[in-house]
Design a protein around this ligand. Structure first.
Ligand SMILES: [Zn+2]
Ligand SMILES: [Zn+2]
Length: 489
């Protein structure tokens, strides 16, 4: 760009030396127009004021859409200002003046320190009226807003596409691929066949879990080459895509490179009959109905939902307590969620016992709002606002099961009809000298070691790690880490 420097008039020491700073767009047509306009505007403005002396017009080219600005004239203006050639700088607005915040802030500060006023016409502010700091703040916030408005422009283009029902990027969908020429999704036949299979199986009564299992056996993979999991199958069964519709703006970009699900921040646009369907609307509706019905008894993925889910917490670690199924249904129990990874040793409770307790003291699980299970007790919060506490008890034999060791030969000591017996001696009478240990003696020893308060079985379960028994002595290894000796009689 060519900038003609206008000749200065005779300097009059009493008049203010006034310059103007402008920035024009790099768009060629606009540039000439804008430049001519601005130059004549400022020339006219400055010259028409008898108290002003024309000190020049400085013009820089702004490159649209980026923060890059050629600021050669701005720097020249600063030089001239430092040389005392300028008293006042006129500019259109903070937004015209500001581009690169950091050195702009320092430039304005420097001009202020030199006693040079900067006037922003459009904003109606000036660095001379004690507004300097305000302007600095404005500049800083403008730079921020500007970078936001650049991304707002990008978002706008994005939005325009969405309004026209055009997916922003032809994201690959299982069963469809984006056809750029047609500008719509086209069916991928082999994948579509599996979509049909999924719908047919589900409508035929299969659970999502069993569909996933079948697909895995059939070695059907999803778009990432992994087996179609329950989550994907569920998504396929609930997606509007397969009836021919497109729901746009399900996700959006809130920061460059960061996507999130649209939870109402932006409008979603539903385009009906956007492409060929794979399933009929009737089938999709049926699937929806079945899913809602099953949801009441199953979790999202088709597993049987335990009626205890979300209701019970572990009083020891705060984790949830839920049903764990065993082969022998009688042994189904409620356990702390982290028990299986060894992070909590909350005493499990058999389902049938728990049910009996809730029936007895809460008149059924339906009345229970929540429950907290401890080793020693269960606390029920009822829906009517009342609280009920149940003292747990445990058979001492059950509590000690697996924790008794023969002090003589090191074998486990297991239960028998009369009490406890060294495993090695049980298989060979002469292999170990520790004879049968009667239940009474164990109970006496435990009572003396653990005290009489509370339920002995529970205390044994929570406090005792291991008991080593030989002919003369029982050694109690406690969970806390200490050991206690008990003299056998
Ligand atoms: Zn726990
Ligand atoms: Zn033994």
């Amino acid at each position: 760009m060519e900038i003609t420097k206008l000749p200065l008039r005779n300097t009059n020491p009493t008049r203010l030396k006034v310059a103007a700073y402008t920035r024009v767009s790099s768009d060629k047509d606009l540039l000439l127009h804008s430049l001519a306009n601005q130059v004549s505007y400022y020339t006219e403005l400055i010259r028409s004021n008898p108290e002003w002396e024309f000190a020049g017009i400085y013009t820089d080219e702004a490159i649209t859409g980026t923060a890059v600005t050629k600021r050669t004239d701005f720097l020249r203006m600063l030089e001239d200002a430092r040389a005392g050639k300028i008293d006042l700088i006129l500019t259109k607005s903070v937004s015209r003046f500001a581009r690169n915040t950091v050195d702009l802030l320092s430039s304005i500060r420097e001009l202020m320190n030199l006693g040079i006023e900067v006037r922003f016409e459009k904003d109606g502010i000036s660095t001379a009226n004690g507004q300097g700091e305000l302007i600095l703040t404005l500049i800083a916030s403008f730079a921020q807003a500007e970078s936001e408005s650049i991304s707002a422009n990008v978002k706008w283009a994005h939005h325009k596409k969405i309004e026209q029902g055009i997916p922003v990027s032809g994201v690959r969908i299982f069963g469809y691929e984006w056809c750029e020429e047609k500008g719509e999704y086209e069916i991928v036949l082999d994948e579509a066949a599996w979509v049909r299979y999924i719908y047919d199986s589900y409508l035929g009564g299969s659970s999502i879990k069993s569909i996933a299992k079948n697909l895995k056996e059939l070695e059907v993979n999803g778009l990432r080459g992994l087996p179609l999991g329950r989550t994907t199958i569920r998504r396929i069964l609930t997606s509007e895509t397969y009836v021919g519709d497109l729901l746009l703006q399900k996700n959006f970009t809130y920061k460059p490179g960061k996507n999130k699900a649209n939870e109402g921040e932006l409008p979603m646009v539903l385009v009906t009959d956007a492409h060929k369907p794979i399933v009929s609307r009737e089938e999709a509706e049926l699937v929806k109905n079945i899913m809602e019905k099953r949801h009441k008894t199953c979790d999202n993925y088709g597993y049987e939902k335990s009626k205890y889910a979300g209701l019970i917490k572990c009083g020891k670690c705060g984790c949830s307590v839920n049903k764990v199924s065993r082969k022998n249904q009688d042994l189904n129990a409620l356990e702390c969620r982290v028990r299986k990874i060894g992070e909590c040793d909350l005493l499990p409770i058999k389902i049938k016992d728990f049910d009996a307790i809730t029936d007895k003291i809460c008149s059924g699980l339906d009345n229970v709002k929540s429950a907290v299970v401890y080793d020693e007790s269960i606390e029920f919060n009822l829906k009517n606002g009342k609280t009920k506490t149940y003292q747990r008890s445990m058979n001492l034999e059950d509590a000690l099961s697996g924790r008794l060791v023969c002090g003589n030969c090191g074998s486990k000591i297991r239960r028998c009809k009369k009490g406890w017996y060294c495993n090695r001696r049980a298989s060979d009478r002469h292999a170990c000298i520790v004879p049968i240990i009667h239940s009474d003696e164990i109970e006496k020893a435990c009572t003396e070691i653990l005290g009489r308060d509370g339920n002995l079985g529970i205390k044994a379960y929570t406090d005792i790690e291991k008991i080593e028994i030989d002919v003369k002595m029982m050694t109690f290894y406690m969970k806390k880490g200490d050991a206690k000796l008990w003299q056998r009689t």
